[in-house]
Write a protein that binds this ligand. Sequence first.
Ligand code: PLP
Length: 382
Amino acid sequence: MKEIYLDNSATTKVFPEIAELMTKIYTEDYGNPSSMHNKGVAAEKYIKEARQQIAGTLKVKEGEIIFTSCGTESDNMALFGAAHALKRKGDHIITTKVEHPAVLRCMEALEKEGYRITYIGTDKYGVISLDELKEAICEDTILVSIMHVNNEIGSVMPIAEAGALIKSIDKNIIFHVDAVQSYGKFRIFPKKMNIDMLSVSGHKIHGPKGIGFLYIDEKVRIAPLILGGGQQNNMRSGTENVAGIAAIGLASKMMYQNLDEDVSRMYELKKHLIEGLTEVEGVSINGNEGAPHVISVSVKDVRAEVLLHALEDKGVYISAGSACSTHKKAVSETLKSIGLDKSLLGSTVRFSLSVLTTKEEIDEAIAAFKETVPILRRYVPK
Ligand code: PLP
């Protein structure tokens, strides 16, 4: 059976060039970058090249990139690091109700430490209001954290406008952006957009799991989370994951090589998918045009998990609601925030595309959906 993988917001397939590069590093260039001999020097070179590749896409300095183990670690490092470093200046933090758990759980922990957190809401498309953000900022505000693209419905937050607004009120407020779902699909220029810290994850951009990075503006001082041998300028100790770092560097370069073409093709595929899916009665799309790769679909009278498994039987992989955290079922804050009808909360699935997705795959996914939904509805008690 053909595999049609449309769960790219959960994770992506590693590009073959990247897997090859990693194998070379694991089997030939396996030195410790801190070692003084030439094996160490070779390893160090991979790290330097990855920094250059990533810094080039963001137009920032190489030294402003800190490698972490994942998007979650980048978010934790940014939020705890900034909150602790700025404790004496204030105790107020602003975020949104629709952040990934990697941000929301940190906020809850910070709240327990005594920080005050303001959660701003969204409109029916999942987009925050700049007026609400402006009203939330007060004298004690030290940190604002807003995601760029929402992982459940693909809404795009006005981060450049938010950055300008925050800095026009107080340039000492730190602005963190979780760009895990947007890096590689949008051009992001932290210096222009007033972003102080930016979280990215390797496995969402056709790199491996176990690697991420945090951009930190050189003017921003935060406390490190992980202490030890002093690697990465003391900001993130631990022997560097050289293969992962080289991989995320190459993935970054590859994602931005043909960005405009890739993104416009993905928008076309998204439009085509939406047209096909909504031909089925009782199917609605959540959010507005949004990001090129995420499509949130509510299917009246069909349970999301049941649809997921029925499509899986036809080789089509999607996800129920958001589900990029764990298997546990939780009410989605994003779907609540956009005011989705209660009856649809458990009937919402996510299709997510990648640069590798083809028109044929979308056609097959539409056909499988059209065949499956009416059958599943037959078993719904009326
Ligand atoms: N932030 C967002 C918006 C995400 O979608 C995800 C993962 O789905 C994360 C953070 C966590 O990234 P990672 O899986 O690399 O820890």
